[in-house]
Write a protein that binds this ligand. Structure first.
Ligand SMILES: C[S@@+](CC[C@H](N)C(=O)[O-])C[C@H]1O[C@@H](n2cnc3c(N)ncnc32)[C@H](O)[C@@H]1O
Length: 261
């Protein structure tokens, strides 16, 4: 869709709906004074700054592996709030924190049982873990990307790479929280009804998230062809309504570690 077709009202609504899961996740956190907080995969830091202020945290550290995303975080730095470059896949806190928070980032990391075990070691006894991850991998928008990646010429340039979801079922997260010693937990699957101006916008949506995995592995020219193939195969599978309802599943989970050893 051309820039001129953007409807600012729809765009704002689109932005709000992407932010809503963050607020829903933050609502699961039990407030306490003076918390030490880490936000994993913090992105630009805009929402980390909201988290820091809303929780009145003593200290909040935003961690992200992307220099480009973190470049914007400087403007959000404030008393007690700072940002560091780091990879969630091998993250360990220097000292245990009161809240480990992660909104829409952990699905980029493999092996969630091992990841959650490692992250738990960075949470103080009695501390909290709060995570939101997209779980829309069975929607056509995600299935078609995997199909295109397996066809030529992409398969060769991608060396067989296909983005597979590392996200588990909600009940598996419940079991993991229990196994890892979380005394209390809340796990839910939530469907967010994203109203996009048209089905074409689904391509714009995934270009900002899922398709990045392919963009990083393809030349600019081949990626442009990838998106063309993706669009041609995906759109006939989506309803031609305006606005287009893009139902988007997300898993939100929260746990509080047992205070005892
Ligand atoms: C969809 S954005 C979410 C950003 C922010 N949490 C928010 O809610 O706006 C996902 C972020 O995860 C980061 N990310 C992906 N894989 C990562 C990893 N292995 N380690 C650290 N950050 C990672 C990306 O750089 C990106 O900034």
């Amino acid at each position: 869709m051309s820039e001129s077709k953007w409807n600012p009202q729809q765009y704002d609504r689109f932005r709000d709906e992407r932010r809503q899961p963050f607020f829903d996740l933050m609502a699961l956190v039990e407030r306490a004074g003076n918390m030490r907080v880490v936000d994993l995969g913090c992105g630009t830091g805009e929402l980390t700054s909201v988290l820091h202020t809303q929780l009145a945290a003593r200290e909040t550290i935003g961690i992200d592996s992307s220099e480009t995303m973190l470049a914007k975080s400087a403007s959000f730095t404030s008393a007690g709030l700072r940002f560091e470059i780091g990879d969630v896949a091998d993250y360990r806190a220097a000292e245990p924190v009161d809240l480990l928070f992660s909104n829409a980032a952990l699905h980029w990391v493999d092996d969630h049982p091992a990841l959650l075990a490692r992250l738990t070691a960075s949470i103080a006894h009695g501390g909290q873990l709060a995570v939101q991850i997209p779980a829309n991998h069975d929607h056509a928008s995600h299935r078609v990307a995997a199909e295109v990646a397996q066809g030529e010429p992409f398969r060769t340039e991608l060396r067989g790479y296909v983005r597979r979801s590392s996200v588990l079922s909600p009940e598996r997260y419940s079991e993991l929280l229990d196994e890892l010693g979380y005394a209390r937990q809340h796990v839910r699957l939530q469907v967010y009804a994203h109203y996009l101006p048209s089905r074409d916008e689904v391509v714009e949506w995934t270009k900002g998230t899922l398709l990045v995995a392919y963009q990083q592995r393809l030349s600019a020219e081949t990626f442009a062809r990838f998106v063309e193939h993706y669009r041609a195969r995906l759109l006939p599978q989506l309803a031609e309504t305006r606005p287009y309802l893009y139902p988007f599943k997300r898993i939100l989970f929260w746990g509080r570690r047992n205070a005892r050893m």
